[in-house]
Structures are given as structure tokens and as C-alpha cells.
Design a protein around this ligand. Structure first.
Ligand SMILES: O=C(Nc1ccccc1)[C@H](C1CCCCC1)n1c(-c2ccc(Cl)cc2)nc2cc(F)c(F)cc21
Length: 218
């Protein structure tokens, strides 16, 4: 049974990434807004586009804090951002949805999202994903590292130097793997489950364009 230990530099890396991840607050505002008022399908669509736009800006700021990201080829940086923006948004949505809220709030939030204008066919896979993320009870370091691993996916379209991205992603995966072992000692397969969610996330993100195109406007 090998002794898993996070090194000093891995500790520092994790702190930089988690602090940067916690600095962006938009999604909490979305949840608050949705809990405060009931919006029409048009207003919800507008809210989503505004939120998604600011999410991209925030994602750019976040990646600047990923050690090594700015040393990547500039065009590759853009390819990674474009390739992961939708996945990062759904991952963030899932984390917001799974956040501990006063009793009854999650139900209201779910209801508001179900009625927001999204087509029926996408509601089930979307909430299945949100609930499967919630069941993992990730600590914030795991959430931040999982988003980082998602951004550093080497096989995004138009990435030229995939090896360089792979090296960065492996560094993050190594920290995440150790963190999972230390945080969830009873569940040796926890890390594998976590990575399995990224496959579900990619599938959900394939629906994104259609989800917008089929938004039920009155
Ligand atoms: O804004 C959003 N998510 C966001 C998060 C983080 C950053 C940027 C955007 C939207 C809302 C949904 C209801 C109408 C208004 C936008 N949103 C989604 C969602 C995203 C994309 C598509 Cl195609 C469908 C649903 N799932 C959510 C779960 C939450 F707990 C939640 F609170 C907001 C959620």
C-alpha cells in the first residue's frame, strides 16, 4: 500500500488554482437571480447568453493562473479556451446546482431551470449530469483541478503542440489523483469516477448548440 503524499510544489500549485477558481463568482449570481424571480423563456435565454459571455471572460482570467498555461503557444491557448468553454460552463452549472442550499432552494432552482425554456429532451441528461456531479461531493480543490484538467485537454480541435498540453494536463492529473486518494480513502475508485464524469460532460456539451437552437420562445 504505497503512501500517497502531495509534495510542497503540488500543494502550492493546488492553492494557486483553487484561489483563482474561487475568485470567479458569476454562477452564484445566476442561482440567486433564478431563486429570486421567475423569468420568461426570452428573459432566461438572454440571461444565459449574458452569463455564458461573462463566463468566457472569467475562464480566460482563470487560465492565466494555471502555471504553464501562458507558456503554451498563443494560438493553442485560444484553441484550448474555445474547446473547453462550453464544458467549463456545464461543469460550473453542475457545481452550483450541487452546492448546499437552504432546504427547498435546490427544488425551486431545479423547477426554474426545467421551466426556463430548455427543450424537454435535454432536461433529463442535463440533470442526470448535475446529480452525478453532486453525488461526488467534491471539495473545492477537486472542483478547481477538474476544471483545469478539462481545459488542458490535448485533443481539442486545432491544437498544434498536443505534447505540451499533455505534459501540463498530466501534472494536474497527478495532483488530482493524490487529492482524491487522500480526500476519499474509503473509495479507491473515486478518481476513476471523477474522470468518468468528463466523458458525460463532453456528451452533454455536444447538445449545447441544439439546446440553444431549440429554446422554447413564446
Ligand atoms: O446561466 C446558466 N449557467 C451558467 C453557469 C455558470 C456560468 C455561466 C452560466 C444557466 C441558467 C439556466 C436557466 C436560465 C438562465 C441560465 N444554467 C444552466 C444551463 C446552462 C446552459 C444550458 Cl444550454 C442550459 C442550462 N444550468 C444551470 C444550473 C444551475 F444550478 C444554475 F444556477 C444555472 C444554470
Amino acid at each position: 500500500k504505497e503512501k500517497v503524499e502531495i509534495t510542497k510544489e503540488q500543494q502550492a500549485l493546488m492553492k494557486i488554482i483553487t484561489d483563482a477558481y474561487n475568485r470567479h463568482q458569476i454562477p452564484q449570481d445566476v442561482a440567486k437571480k433564478l431563486l429570486q424571480d421567475q423569468y420568461s423563456a426570452e428573459e432566461n435565454f438572454l440571461l444565459l447568453t449574458e452569463m455564458a459571455t461573462s463566463q468566457v471572460q472569467v475562464l480566460v482570467e482563470f487560465t492565466k493562473n494555471i502555471p504553464g498555461f501562458l507558456s503554451l503557444d498563443r494560438e493553442d491557448q485560444i484553441a484550448l479556451l474555445k474547446g473547453s468553454a462550453v464544458e467549463a460552463m456545464f461543469l460550473r452549472s453542475a457545481q452550483v446546482f450541487s452546492r448546499k442550499m437552504p432546504s427547498g432552494h435546490t427544488e425551486v432552482l431545479e423547477e426554474r431551470i426545467r421551466k426556463s425554456g430548455i427543450s424537454e429532451e435535454f432536461i433529463t441528461p442535463m440533470f442526470n449530469f448535475y446529480k452525478s456531479i453532486g453525488e461526488l461531493h467534491m471539495v473545492q480543490e477537486e472542483q478547481a483541478l477538474l476544471t483545469t484538467v478539462t481545459i488542458l485537454t490535448p485533443d481539442r480541435p486545432y491544437v498544434k503542440d498536443q505534447q505540451a498540453v499533455e505534459r501540463l494536463q498530466e501534472t494536474m492529473l497527478d495532483v488530482l489523483r493524490k487529492l482524491c486518494v487522500l480526500q476519499h480513502p474509503q473509495e479507491p475508485q473515486y478518481f476513476a469516477r471523477l474522470l468518468g464524469r468528463l466523458t458525460e460532460l463532453r456528451t452533454l456539451s455536444h447538445y449545447h448548440t441544439e439546446m440553444l437552437a431549440s429554446w422554447r420562445m413564446n
